[in-house]
Design a protein around this ligand. Sequence first.
Ligand code: FAD
Length: 338
Amino acid sequence: MINTDVLIIGAGPTGLFCVHQLGIIGLKCEVVDNLDKIGGQCIELYPDKPIYDIPAIPVCTGEELTNNLIEQIKPFKTNFHLSDRVEEIKKDKNSWFIKTSKGKEFKAPNIIIAGGVGSFEPRKFSVKECEKFEGKEILYSIKDKTIFKDKTVTIFGGGDSALDWAIELSNSSNIKLVHRRNEFRGAESSVNKVKELEKQGKIEILTQYQLSSVEGTSKINSLEIKHENGSIKKIETDYILGFFGLIMQLGPIINWRLNLDKKHIPVNTENFETNQKGIFAIGDICTYSGKLKLILSGFHEGALAARGCFKYARPDENLRFEFSTTSKSVHERLGVKK
Ligand SMILES: Cc1cc2nc3c(=O)[nH]c(=O)nc-3n(C[C@H](O)[C@H](O)[C@H](O)COP(=O)(O)OP(=O)(O)OC[C@H]3O[C@@H](n4cnc5c(N)ncnc54)[C@H](O)[C@@H]3O)c2cc1C
């Protein structure tokens, strides 16, 4: 059981800045995120796109913003529990008991939900037998590309992820690229590249096909794809990769007896507490009159929620308002050398 002052659900920009706001007032926190990396939408959906409305930063990409937020919270040495999802929460006296999908347990007087639009999950194949091979020979993301060396890999999808991985893996694997349409949606340069690799015999492109079945007992041996005209083609393969984008689901949050308003959590605007004492919601997931779904709003909400947590984490202390410029305790917590 990990004891902490605050458990933050979500390592998007809002959750990250909230770590800072908790840290400078002397509260400890742990962060859990369903994704395998820190940064939420900024890193998962638009790492290379420019953002123009972060105060005092005229322009930065999603990745640069994430890296700067991570840099800013370094002094607090926060633990991130990635590729893990908060599933269950229960209250006993003044503490919340939290369990994750990987079986981790936390005890904290406060939970801050910075879950954005919910947990991102890959859109999967609709063929039922696929479930049996998921995480083994059927994958929706790649953690270790070395497993594909000298293997036959069948990649499904028509967007940038499918094209980029087809190009990347074609150096060391036998690649088949299957797409349900004739045209690919990815960047023009990537489309041209896969076509060039097809001419060189490094990638086989099969369009207007969809997966219709997979075969194998303990391991996949082959798959069948069905053409729009009804014809079936069998492919011997070692791995199947599906890149159909992500779906966002509120997931287990729906079961936590929180008031919900169209997949959002209503909060008060004094400290962003929900209808449950000690549970706060900030960033894209919260709603209130006038809510703007922008990163800068999430930063403000996190600052006030952090102060809201203080009264439950340190019930016998008063929190003094201080400026970071002049506060000695803030400087100590940040390790500022004078
Ligand atoms: C293409 C695009 C461009 C954008 N451009 C701008 C812009 O220019 N300016 C701007 O201000 N905003 C922009 N936005 C919006 C901005 O990205 C969001 O407002 C911001 O990401 C919200 O941050 P967040 O931390 O609240 O949520 P998110 O970034 O969505 O992060 C939430 C995190 O919570 C995790 N999570 C959810 N549920 C659970 C659970 N049960 N357990 C564990 N983890 C969980 C998710 O995996 C996710 O990582 C843009 C968005 C998009 C898609």
